[in-house]
Design a protein around this ligand. Structure first.
Ligand code: 8YV
Length: 327
């Protein structure tokens, strides 16, 4: 019988997924749950038939240039693929898959949660209570801004952007969006969403801006210093996508100067490093990249990885192939 392919997994995954991987393939797990160092990653791509990386593994051209000829599939655990050099993978004949769809609702929940937490100052309120500094109710303290009747601008109207729009409508927000392409008229109608071809023009008019696009060469610093300056000083910004989409230094400067009223961030430009100036600000809510972190979501992401590997190993095209040309 044919030798089972060697699958190398870079991080600890849910038990049920690891068990299934070991049943189906020869599998090397990471029991420590520490990200692999670059030399360990090189060792992995030299040996593996299939690599299962996550967002914490930088699979750049340097790493891929060391890959053995047997490496034919990178089945990433996660939806964003900006940590993988897709062009080099394609040149080397390596198929790349991701796990789209199963984390849409959870990530949209987190975007909405960050909007609420930021607009209503939940972080500052919680810090006050925990510090034992709350002296009682007052008519003029802890005042945030009302959501009902405000405008939300969604940058990136894909699956997550649309799921966020559905939620935001329930909070009385008017939905606006910018996307490379206008979405289907039917979806636009259903969400009562207004399309802005010009991101600049949209930004100038929004009370809330939510980033929900992938990080690609085209979206790196899409919210540049110049564009951030177009926003109202009363506006808040939330990001559950990728830190690189916003010029983080420029945003921090504006938050400090009161040129932006608040930010709710789940992702950062240099994870897991946090700009120390962010920690000094009271008008920001800071989360540790947990947008898709639900028990259910992680298992479903693992199931997608399993299906992608299984179909590929069986000689078929895996369902969640990522093409460099998608971006
Ligand atoms: C995951 C994410 O935590 O899917 C993504 O793009 O950022 C998160 O859902 C991460 O990708 C795991 O690799």
């Amino acid at each position: 019988s044919k030798k089972k392919p060697l699958v190398i997994v870079t991080r600890k995954l849910p038990d049920a997924i690891e068990t299934r991987l070991m049943e189906l393939f020869e599998t090397k797990l990471n029991v420590e749950d520490k990200p692999l160092s670059p030399p360990e990653l090189i060792e992995a791509v030299k040996m593996a038939d299939v690599l299962v990386p996550t967002v914490t593994d930088r699979i750049d051209s340097r790493i891929l240039s060391q890959a053995g000829p047997q490496l034919k599939l990178i089945a990433s655990f996660g939806t964003g693929v900006d940590h993988i050099d897709l062009d080099t993978a394609r040149q080397r004949g390596i198929t790349v898959t991701n796990t789209p769809g199963v984390l849409t609702e959870d990530t949209a929940d987190m975007s909405m949660a960050l909007v609420l937490a930021t607009a209503r100052r939940m972080g500052a309120g919680e810090r006050l209570v925990r510090a034992g500094k709350w002296t009682g109710w007052s008519p003029t303290s802890m005042l945030g801004s009302r959501l009902t009747g405000k405008r939300m601008g969604i940058v990136g109207m894909g699956r997550i952007g649309q799921a966020l729009a559905q939620r935001a409508r329930g909070f009385g927000l008017a939905i606006h969006y910018h996307n490379r392409k206008r979405v289907h008229a039917e979806i636009e109608r259903e969400l009562e969403a207004t399309y802005w071809e010009s991101l600049d023009q949209m930004l100038a008019r929004m009370d809330i801006v939510s980033v929900n696009c992938p990080h690609t060469p085209a979206t790196y610093h899409l919210l540049s210093a110049r564009r951030l300056k177009l926003m109202k000083s009363s506006a808040i910004i939330v990001n559950t996508a990728r830190g690189e989409v916003i010029d983080e230094n420029a945003m921090v400067r504006m938050l400090r100067a009161g040129e932006l009223s608040g930010a709710g961030l789940d992702v950062y430009e240099h994870e897991p490093q946090i700009n120390p100036k962010l920690l000094e600000l009271d008008n920001v809510v800071l989360l540790p990249h947990m947008g898709s972190a639900t028990l259910e979501g992680r298992v479903e992401m693992g199931e997608k990885v399993l299906i992608n590997i299984k179909t590929f190993v069986d000689g078929h095209k895996p369902p969640d192939r990522v093409l460099a040309t998608m971006f």
